[in-house]
Design a protein around this ligand. Structure first.
Ligand code: 0X9
Ligand code: ZN
Length: 307
């Protein structure tokens, strides 16, 4: 009998990416951004028409599973990769997007942590969050913008939010930020929309997390804040999540979207998927990921936003 849907292991995720690029070689291509602390490749898939060519199109960067135990986030990324490829040529909206964008999607950023979390005797997993560098660094506190400045991260290596010895001290973080920097070509950042996919609080968040201020001279103007808020509120109407500035959840420094906006001026969001726990029943994967079909398409459509 066909097995019921279940969470993809890392190996199954890599096999699925191989299958996608084999089935859709014109529009899907694997890319590798570097290696984890334990030496594994960090792999994503680029999706675009003429995928082998670097065309002059707005680029969209979605990453997931920066936190090891947030297993649904890998499923969300795989879901999106699958609809972009399967519906190319049949769904006009998706065809238009794939033709006019370059998508970079990394389903598992924290590969070592994800494998560690899933290699567990119990179905519940190990509840692991950080990478596997010594006691573990919280990759979402290791970004270089306002690193360790203001709260919500820890200098204690045992902490769940240990920020690491220095900005980008985690190899996974260095790899992904180097990749994003490499898309700045001739002084122009090609990536126009960034999304970091987490779980489990049903949220649509935007920068900044390090400060409760809505606007910051030189790094978040009133117009830029309003644009983030407008788009965030629009997608939250669809998935039913709560839209808010990241610091409304709690102050947190050194996190992903603060850097992608604050340092790279890429329009940036963090989603917290639902499910009520880090390990929702596999039977819930489909509905919990389908709910973000339109939100993920809308963010990509806004990649030509002037900000
Ligand atoms: O604390 C985090 O890293 C995220 N929550 S989680 O429960 N998945 O760990 C929220 C990060 C919010 N920060 C920004 N959006 N900047
Ligand atoms: Zn998280």
């Amino acid at each position: 009998p066909a097995s019921a849907a279940s969470y993809h292991t890392h190996a199954e995720t890599m096999a699925e990416l191989d299958q996608v690029v084999a089935n859709y070689p014109q529009i899907a291509k694997k890319f590798t951004i570097g290696k984890t602390y334990e030496g594994r490749d960090i792999v994503g898939v680029k999706i675009s028409d003429n995928v082998a060519t670097d065309e002059d199109e707005p680029e969209v960067f979605y990453q997931a599973n920066i936190h090891a135990r947030e297993r649904l986030t890998n499923e969300q990324a795989l879901y999106f990769i699958n609809i972009l490829t399967k519906e190319y040529g049949s769904t006009k909206r998706i065809t238009d997007l794939v033709n006019s964008r370059e998508f970079w999607i990394i389903p598992i950023l924290n590969v070592d942590g994800q494998i560690y979390d899933m290699t567990s005797d119990t179905q519940a997993g190990r509840m692991w969050r950080k990478n596997r560098q010594g006691p573990g660094t919280d990759l979402n506190r290791n970004y270089a913008f306002k690193w360790g400045c203001c709260g919500g991260s820890s200098g204690d290596t045992a902490s769940e939010t240990y920020r690491g010895t220095s900005p980008e001290s985690a190899p996974e973080l260095k790899a992904v930020t180097n990749f994003i920097r490499s898309r700045n070509i001739g002084g122009k950042q090609q990536i126009k929309m960034f999304l970091d996919i987490h779980s489990v609080a049903n949220l649509v968040l935007w920068p900044f997390g390090y400060t409760t201020a809505n606007t910051v001279p030189g790094s978040m103007s009133a117009d830029e804040e309003a644009a983030h808020r407008t788009i965030g509120t629009q997608v939250a109407r669809i998935n039913g999540y709560t839209p808010e500035q990241s610091s409304d959840l709690y102050i947190n420094d050194g996190s992903s979207d603060d850097w992608t906006w604050g340092d790279q001026r890429i329009f940036s969001y963090t989603f917290e998927l639902g499910g009520g726990s880090f390990y929702p029943a596999p039977s819930q994967i489909e509905s919990l990921t389908q709910i973000n079909r339109d939100p993920l398409l809308i963010l990509a459509e806004f990649a030509d936003c002037p900000y």
